[in-house]
Design a binder for this molecule. Structure first.
Ligand code: GTP
Ligand code: MG
Length: 208
C-alpha cells in the first residue's frame, strides 16, 4: 500500500562520496540536467514541499544530499549536470565526484535519471546513460514535467525517445512518466522502490 505522505528527514549534505552516511540502507539517487526537476520530484514522492530545496534558477543543488525515508531507505538529491553557467573546473569536479559516487556506493539500488519530457534527447543525457550502461550501474529513466504537455505532444516525444533508445540498447531500462505538479507516476515509482527495498537486487540495462 502506498501512503499519501511518507516520513522523511534531511540527513546531511556531502561534498564527496567518502562523507556520505554509512551505506547500510537501500538507496536511490536522482540525477539529471540542472532544472529538470530532481528536487521537486523527491518532494512529491514523500509529499513534503519543504524537504529538498527547489529553484527556478538552475544549479540550486550543489552537494550530495541524503534524505532518510520512513527510517528505512535513502533518497539522494544530486547536483544537476549540464548547467552552462557553472565554471569548467566546477563541472569537472561534479563529474568526477558523481561518477565516483555512482561507481562506489555499495547500497545504491538504482539511479533515477530524470529527463525533461518536453525536449528531444540531449547528447549529455545519452552519453551519461551509455556510461552507466558500460559500467553496469543500474538506472531507470524518469520523464518529468509531463503536466506541461498535451497528451498528443507527449505521445510524439515519447515515441521519438524510445526509438532512439532501441537503436542502442538490447534491453531498455524501465521508464516512469511523472509530474511533480499533479503527482503523475508517484505511485509507480514508490511501488518500484518498495519492491527493490525488499530484494536488494539491482535493475541492470544492457547495451547492444
Ligand atoms: P538543480 O538542483 O538546479 O539541478 O535543479 P532540479 O533538477 O532539482 O530542479 P527543481 O526541482 O529545482 O525544479 C526546477 C524548476 O522546475 C522549478 O521551478 C520547479 O517548480 C519546476 N518543476 C519541477 N518539476 C515540475 C513538474 O513536474 N511540473 C512543472 N510544471 N514544473 C516543475
Ligand atoms: Mg535540485
Amino acid at each position: 500500500m502506498i501512503k499519501d505522505q511518507l516520513e522523511a528527514e534531511f540527513v546531511k549534505s556531502s561534498a564527496k562520496p567518502s562523507q556520505c552516511p554509512d551505506p547500510n540502507k537501500p538507496e536511490y539517487a536522482f540525477i539529471g540536467r540542472s532544472n529538470v526537476g530532481k528536487s521537486s520530484l523527491i518532494n512529491k514522492l514523500v509529499n513534503n514541499r519543504k524537504l529538498a530545496k527547489i529553484s527556478g534558477r538552475p544549479g540550486k543543488t550543489t552537494l550530495i544530499n541524503h534524505f532518510l525515508v520512513e527510517k528505512t531507505w535513502y533518497l539522494v538529491d544530486l547536483p544537476g549536470y549540464g548547467y552552462a553557467k557553472v565554471s569548467k573546473k566546477d563541472r569537472e569536479k561534479w563529474i568526477l565526484e558523481t561518477r565516483k559516487y555512482l561507481l562506489d556506493r555499495k547500497n545504491l539500488i538504482c539511479t533515477f535519471l530524470l529527463l525533461d519530457s518536453r525536449i528531444p534527447r540531449q547528447k549529455i543525457d545519452a552519453e551519461f546513460m551509455e556510461w552507466m550502461g558500460k559500467k553496469g550501474i543500474p538506472f531507470v529513466m524518469v520523464f518529468t514535467k509531463i503536466d506541461k504537455l498535451s497528451s498528443r505532444e507527449w505521445g510524439k516525444n515519447r515515441s521519438a525517445y524510445i526509438k532512439k533508445m532501441q537503436n542502442e540498447w538490447k534491453s531498455l531500462p524501465e521508464m516512469f512518466y511523472t509530474s511533480a505538479e499533479n503527482g503523475m507516476g508517484r505511485t509507480e515509482m514508490l511501488q518500484f522502490i518498495e519492491n527493490y527495498n525488499g530484494t536488494f537486487k539491482r535493475p541492470i540495462a544492457k547495451l547492444l
